[in-house]
Design a protein around this ligand. Structure first.
Ligand SMILES: *Cc1c(COP(=O)(O)O)cnc(C)c1O
Length: 431
């Protein structure tokens, strides 16, 4: 049932037929010392810079230079309502209505702000459920929230662990766990796509299972936003947070995103940490003493936002609108499927792909482990101009992203990987 072929003409044909191929030209591809393009497969860690970002930043610098404070109203993109078109663009990526989305702060900050409102533990129901081996920042954040409320993470933090000998979670097990433990769980907070294994969980199913047992359900979409199809509104997710510097290509430390479901748009009674930018904007500048939050996600804003970061984010998100998540996903499945095919074709002894093989259970990333010598292979890749990443203890993460990676990138990676593992593992394919 081979859909793919490991030959150079075939690869050229795939790239020739790729309707999104033109987007690669919209990005700066890092170069090797030789002047050739690197093979960049690290968009899961830091997305590349869209060419439009420089002009977008220059526009804001010029408007600041020429208009000073008047830029709030008279900049080409007035600063005061700048977050509104941005929220609209981001909403398209995560499957939300614009009023459910706000761009603000950093990811971990937003997780905390969301937990202030949505983690409301009681003695009977105070646990938080996370995925096992979760990203350290998320763990630090939830543990600190648990302690802040006077509970002990040793008993209040529950983790979903794969079965013995397996790398990823089975959704049936997740559902069963929630069914069983749900009455003690205040909050389910799971990374939509696992940063290490690349597993894309069934978020609709988790949400449904959680709600059935009375839990609040939120997601960390750091590795999901811009990578996999999301329908946060329709799935009825309570809240979600994501960063914009990974698949969303908005630059190092870029402004993060936050989703609050419409159901909570007018939940003014929820505890929340307040700031003037979350105050009713029609009277914000009356500078009154009483806080009246705006409806929707906007009501969680604290500070007036960093316009330079917004500008980069906007330039990047416009590319997502242009390309469309549907088309990106279609290419992504094909691109990652091709990578998987080539890796399997090589029959490297000891090579394991941790990421699920079903396209619906993963994004673009494949996580590879080797029985031995993984770090050495990774170092060879790096010295040959391949940029992917190494995650302790033993994982090489490879992420061909559909916006700027080509089938030729994937093919070159496989060829170099094959050479790096060496010996009997040489690719059996004509490259
Ligand atoms: C990348 C990532 C983070 C990083 O958090 P910041 O606050 O943006 O530094 C947090 N959680 C997950 C799951 C991540 O993948």
């Amino acid at each position: 049932m081979t859909r793919y072929k490991a030959d150079a003409n075939y690869v050229r044909r795939l790239d020739g037929e790729d309707k999104l191929a033109r987007f690669r030209k919209q990005f700066h591809i890092p170069k090797m010392k030789s002047g050739d393009d690197c093979i960049y497969l690290c968009g899961n860690s830091l997305g590349l810079q869209p060419r439009g970002v420089e002009a977008a930043l220059k526009q804001e610098l010029d408007d600041w230079k020429n208009l000073g404070v008047e830029g709030h109203f008279h900049a080409k993109h007035p600063w005061l309502p700048y977050h509104e078109p941005l929220a609209q663009l981001a909403a398209g990526v995560v499957g939300a209505t614009p009023s459910e989305v706000v761009m603000m702060n950093g990811l971990t900050v937003n997780l905390h702000l969301m937990m202030v409102s949505f983690y409301r533990p009681t003695p009977e129901r105070h646990k938080i459920l996370i995925e096992g081996n979760c990203f350290p920042s998320d763990r630090y954040a939830v543990e600190s929230q648990i302690r802040y409320h006077g509970f002990d993470p040793k008993t209040a933090l529950l983790e979903l662990k794969p079965r013995e000998g397996e790398a990823t979670l089975r959704m049936d097990d997740v559902e069963t766990f929630i069914e069983k433990e749900g009455s003690g769980i205040a909050l389910i907070l799971i990374g939509g796509v696992h940063y290490y294994t690349g597993q894309f969980y069934d978020l609709a199913r988790i949400t449904k299972a959680g709600h059935k047992r009375g839990c609040v359900v939120g997601f960390d979409l750091a590795h999901a936003a811009g990578n996999v199809p999301l329908e946060l509104h329709d799935w009825d997710v309570d809240f979600a947070c994501w960063c914009s510097y990974k698949y969303l290509n908005s630059g190092p430390g870029a402004i993060a995103g936050c989703f609050v479901h419409e159901r909570h748009a007018k939940s003014f009674g929820l505890p929340r940490f307040a700031g003037w930018w979350g105050h009713d904007k029609s009277v914000r500048f009356k500078m009154g003493p009483d806080f009246h939050p705006m409806e929707g996600a906007d009501g969680w804003q604290l500070s007036n936002p960093p316009i330079l970061s917004f500008a980069a984010s906007r330039a990047s998100l416009e590319l997502f609108r242009e390309a469309g998540m549907d088309r990106l996903r279609e290419k992504s499945e094909k691109l990652t499927g091709f990578l998987e095919f080539l890796l399997k074709e090589m029959r490297v002894p000891g090579l394991q792909i941790l990421t699920p093989s079903k396209p619906s259970e993963r994004g673009c990333q494949l996580s590879l482990t080797m029985a031995e010598g993984g770090k050495r292979v990774f170092d060879v890749l790096t010295s040959t101009g391949i940029i992917c990443d190494w995650r302790e203890p033993d994982c090489i993460r490879v992420a061909p992203v559909p916006l700027y990676n080509s089938f030729a990138d994937v093919f070159s990676f496989a060829r170099i990987f094959g050479a790096a593992v060496g010996g009997s593992a040489k690719p059996k394919v004509a490259m």
